[in-house]
Design a protein around this ligand. Structure first.
Ligand code: ADP
Length: 261
């Protein structure tokens, strides 16, 4: 096939007789490409705020730094850019931690109702968010799931956070927990927004893939949130699905397994 990558290896079996092996390396090649792209993207994402910080610090050490108003403004920018780098480094560390634990099935018992309330509280009090618009529709009959508490909290955090970031101002974000068939627990996070065009949906969980990079950055996004969610759900042997209607909104569904009783 056209896009396949082969490695040729020849073995001499007898004088003058050679066996030629063709090894299909398409899979390894794609994985290696993804790794190289990831490092390049991560470096670029870190270098942009870093260059900005260096530029402002240099200007501050000149006469511009003597003007209190300018100093205040520039320090504010340096703080914002450093915060952006911190968020990115935290997300990169989360991703590598989750990947390292990929083959270990999490075994704690987690009450998702409680977790949803906790994440709701945390988001309500975080800076610049509209926590009062989150509607929790919980169900006491939802069984606990087998999972990693910190990681499941991160799933809720990232998904509710996205719904708040990309949802229309003043519209609610609805978080629903339900018991599903065959010992499943279904969690849905729904927002009202312009929605996402269908061609983007399959790519949203790729690292650093964003529909609108400028908008994501100005809202404090790193482009890693959904990649983290996908890895965590995979580690839990769960399912993850994004459905969106342009002009209406987006619904993310996470299905997890109930803990054995
Ligand atoms: P980011 O940090 O950019 O939000 P994510 O990995 O969490 O990164 O999401 C990737 C992209 O998916 C976002 O940049 C945005 O374009 C899109 N996206 C995610 N969630 C939503 C949502 N609820 N509504 C609309 N777009 C979304």
């Amino acid at each position: 096939a056209q896009d396949r990558r082969w490695q040729m290896r020849a073995t001499e079996t007898a004088p003058g007789t050679q066996i030629v092996h063709l090894l299909d390396q398409t899979g390894q090649h794609a994985a290696e490409r993804m790794r190289v792209d990831f490092v390049a993207n991560a470096s670029h994402e870190l270098r942009t705020p870093l260059s900005s910080i260096l530029g402002y610090v240099e200007t501050l050490s000149d006469e511009a730094g003597d003007d209190p108003a300018i100093r205040q403004r520039f320090l504010g920018i340096v703080f914002d850019e450093a915060t952006r780098m911190e968020r990115l480094v935290e997300d990169l560390m989360s991703l590598s931690r989750i990947e390292a634990e990929k083959f270990r099935l999490p075994s704690a018992t987690v009450d998702l109702n409680l977790l949803a309330v906790e994440v709701h509280e945390a988001l309500r009090h975080s800076r610049g968010t509209r926590g009062e618009d989150i509607v929790l529709q919980l169900d006491e009959n939802v069984p606990p799931v087998a999972g990693d508490r910190v990681q499941l909290s991160q799933v809720l955090h990232n998904l509710i956070g996205n719904a708040m970031k990309y949802g229309r101002t003043g519209t609610p974000v609805t978080v629903t927990l339900q018991a599903g068939p065959r010992d499943a627990v279904v969690m849905q996070i729904e927002d009202e927004s312009e929605g996402i065009a269908p061609e983007h949906i399959p790519r949203l969980t790729e690292r650093f893939y964003r529909v609108d990079a400028g908008r994501s950055r100005s809202l404090g996004g790193t482009g890693l949130g959904l990649a983290i969610v996908k890895h965590i759900v995979e580690r839990h042997r769960g399912r993850f699905d994004i459905a969106s209607t342009v002009g209406k909104g987006t619904r993310v569904t996470v299905t997890l397994r109930a803990a054995e009783r």
